[in-house]
Ligand binder design. Structure first.
Ligand code: DSN
Length: 422
């Protein structure tokens, strides 16, 4: 006689300990003003898709070429995600398996570089990313890194300096892309430079993927050899990465992800990526992308008018950096002050920063999440006033409470995840 299963695999019993923490996190997300430039609120469909049985399936390999049986449905999932990514970004090839943006970048290195090959990338203090060559990162340990900077005066990429450095260094790979750069990146100029020195060009669009999908930032696809990105920032999908490229790189890129640098793909996340790509194809998403930039400019202008120095003088995308040196506040302090008012941001290095990254002279502000909430230019002005008021009254607890009340009032009018039970 069959015995009843002794394990709780099929149990519907909740793990109350972890459930309580998830509920606290949901409450936190609903009650804070989210201005972290790399975060967003994924749709309930995206979140639901991640919590499915697809997580159970091993699927090393690629659709119709797997190392495990039983892959017929995950093959459908991955094929659909690939098809949608290619359509969304108008790309010949896509790989949707990278677990993150960093993994997507590592795959490019695995595909085309040998240890100690030279990479030319943007300096971390000027907006570059850890995975573009920071010394403790794999990229910095295994490759020889050279950096280009933004111009000291304009704080914008100086393409002539990039060209000069490229000619001197002769890198095998040039990386165009950043984590905290508020201006349009001219991928075509990078292409010209890469061609002049015979380098591969990789565009890291982790931050601006949603803006490119929405048509408000020039695309890197078919300009760069390789485009890497993330699905969870402006693109508003699940946490993860992807690669786009020309078809001629298909084999080396597929190999570089599996078996080159990853094992089993996260099929539940890949399904959620497919959902996100579909969402980003809708007309409403194009409006959303436009609104992110419009809101960013409005918030940036409001703070500028109040005497805050904006790095490079403004923004063309979803983020901007405030240099707080003239306010005698560090980025670290500002994060705490604004945090006490219910505003979540991150401290950030500014170009040529003399402070270390744990203190930093600036903060980074982004509008992808508040735009998802439906806020517009009027709300951006209100937020600008609240940030200014709080930072100018940093030692006055009564006034900071006043700022927090204003944040709470604003959030009441723009609720997220209503009736959402996790
Ligand atoms: N950590 C991300 C960001 O905040 O920009 C980049 O990986």
């Amino acid at each position: 006689m069959a015995t009843k299963l002794k394990n709780n695999t099929l149990s519907k019993e909740k793990d109350l300990e972890i459930q309580k923490i998830i509920e606290k996190e949901l409450a936190r997300q609903k009650s804070k003003l989210l201005l972290i430039a790399s975060e967003n609120y994924a749709s309930q469909e995206v979140i639901k898709t991640m919590g499915t049985v697809l997580t159970n399936k091993y699927a090393e390999g690629y659709p119709n070429k797997r190392y495990y049986g039983g892959c017929e449905y995950v093959d459908e999932v991955e094929s659909l995600a690939i098809k949608r990514a290619k359509k969304l970004f108008n790309s010949k090839y896509s790989n949707v398996q990278p677990h993150s943006g960093v993994n997507a970048n590592i795959a490019i290195y695995v595909a085309v570089l040998e240890p100690y090959d030279k990479i030319l990338s943007m300096n971390l203090t000027d907006g570059g990313h850890l995975s573009h060559g920071q010394s403790h990162n794999l990229s910095g340990k295994y490759f020889t890194i050279y950096n280009y900077n933004v111009d000291r005066e304009t704080e914008v990429i100086d393409y002539e300096e990039v060209r000069k450095t490229a000619k001197k260094v002769k890198p095998k790979l040039i990386i165009a892309g950043a984590s905290s750069y508020s201006r349009i990146i001219d991928f075509k100029k990078f292409r010209e430079i890469a061609d002049e020195v015979g380098a591969y060009l990789m565009a890291d669009i982790a931050h601006i993927a949603g803006l490119i999908a929405g048509g408000v930032h020039p695309t890197s696809v078919d300009v760069a050899d390789f485009t890497t990105g993330t699905t969870h920032k402006t693109l508003r999908g699940p946490r993860g990465g992807f690669i786009l490229a020309g078809d001629k790189y298909k084999d080396i890129l597929n190999q570089a992800i599996f078996p080159g640098s990853q094992g089993g793909p996260l099929m539940h996340v890949i399904a959620a990526k497919a959902v996100c790509f579909r969402e980003a194809m809708q007309d409403s998403y194009k409006e959303y992308a436009k609104d992110i930039v419009k809101n960013c400019k409005a918030l940036c202008e409001s703070l500028k008018e109040d005497g805050f120095r904006i790095v490079s003088g403004g923004t063309d995308n979803h983020l901007f950096l405030i240099d707080l040196s003239n306010k005698d506040i560090t980025g670290f302090e500002a994060t705490g002050i604004l945090g006490s008012c219910g505003i979540v941001i991150n401290k950030n290095l500014i170009p040529y920063d003399k402070k270390n990254p744990t203190v930093a002279s600036g903060i980074r502000i982004g509008t992808a999440a508040v735009t998802t909430q439906g806020m517009g230019v009027n709300e951006m002005r209100q937020i600008g006033e609240i940030i200014s008021f709080a930072l100018h009254n940093k030692d006055n607890s009564k006034k900071l409470k006043e700022a927090k009340n204003k944040v709470d009032k604003l959030l009441k009018d723009f609720p997220i995840y209503q009736n959402f039970n996790q």
